[in-house]
Ligand binder design. Structure first.
Ligand SMILES: NC(=O)CCC(=O)C(=O)O
Length: 271
């Protein structure tokens, strides 16, 4: 089964949800003419990293963004992996991804587990508490957010539960572009899955961002990659490739999970 993907590599207006909603609505209107199956947005697309003003600009319970995304998904009959937003909750602000299906139903949500200190997330945000598993187009998917890709064990626990496609939404700065490309290819190879990675373009007062949204196949080949400019990256994935690679090198059958657990318990006992 093939799935047509569109990554919206947006230049995000700093701290301006109204302008960013206008940009996303305009771009999805344009993208929909190519009839993608799934549209992907970047991390914190409503606010950018304007973390000092979250009391004013974060979305209470995600209600505004969920309604906005549900309307777009339903009216364009397209699935949307809606990047992430700053969501106000009763335990503080989380960096939260919502996923809507073609009927405008929210079929998943995930809040970033690993807070990135280099961009002050630990000062303003709360970590997530749940995994990011969901189903789109009858396909088991996982969703993670930016810094999460540096933690292979977090990605792996999603993959052992059946995920075949990993969505990554990000605001990844240009100085670490080589890490972005290498880490994404590594997560695809070690998990024998597609990796669909949507980064932002442009800059904010503290960072120039890398763009370079990309799609990696289960063999680790980058099959589509953007440059640094705002754009929409289109790609087609074929899930049969996941099954072929996993049959050729059966890593999930060859895993020795009990040994890993025993080794970690042994280490923890000693420390
Ligand atoms: N928004 C992020 O989590 C950035 C992560 C990053 O830049 C990294 O190097 O990791």
């Amino acid at each position: 089964m093939t799935i047509k993907i569109a990554c919206l590599q947006l230049d995000i207006a700093f701290g301006n949800p109204n302008e960013n909603e206008r940009r996303v609505e305009r771009e999805i209107e344009k993208i929909s003419k190519n009839h993608p199956d799934i549209i992907v947005l970047p991390e914190l697309w409503t606010t950018g990293y304007d973390l000092t003003r979250l009391d004013e600009i974060a979305d209470e319970g995600g209600m505004r963004t969920k309604a906005f995304i549900q309307k777009l998904a339903k009216s364009h009959h397209v699935n949307i992996v809606a990047g992430s937003i700053a969501r106000k909750t009763d335990r503080g602000v989380t960096n939260t991804m919502y996923i809507a299906d073609r009927n405008g139903i929210i079929v998943g949500e995930y809040s970033k587990l690993h807070l990135f200190q280099l961009m002050d997330e630990h000062l303003y945000l709360q970590p997530g508490e749940e995994m990011g598993l969901f189903t789109l187009e009858n396909t088991q998917c996982a969703g993670v957010i930016c810094y999460d890709i540096r933690f292979p064990e977090w990605i792996r626990v999603h993959m052992v539960q059946g995920a075949e496609v990993l969505f990554v939404v990000a605001e990844w700065p240009l100085p670490r572009l080589s890490h972005w490309r290498t880490l994404l290819a590594a997560r695809a190879i070690e998990n024998q899955c597609y990796v669909i990675a949507c980064n932002r373009a442009g800059s904010d007062p503290n960072n120039v961002f890398a763009g370079h949204s990309l799609v990696v196949d289960p063999w680790g080949e980058i099959i589509a990659e953007a440059n640094e400019e705002p754009c929409t990256l289109m790609a087609q994935i074929d899930l049969q490739k996941v099954r072929e690679v996993r049959k050729q090198i059966p890593i999930f059958a060859d895993r020795r999970a009990n040994d890993y657990i025993a080794a970690e318990k042994n280490f923890l006992k000693k420390s």
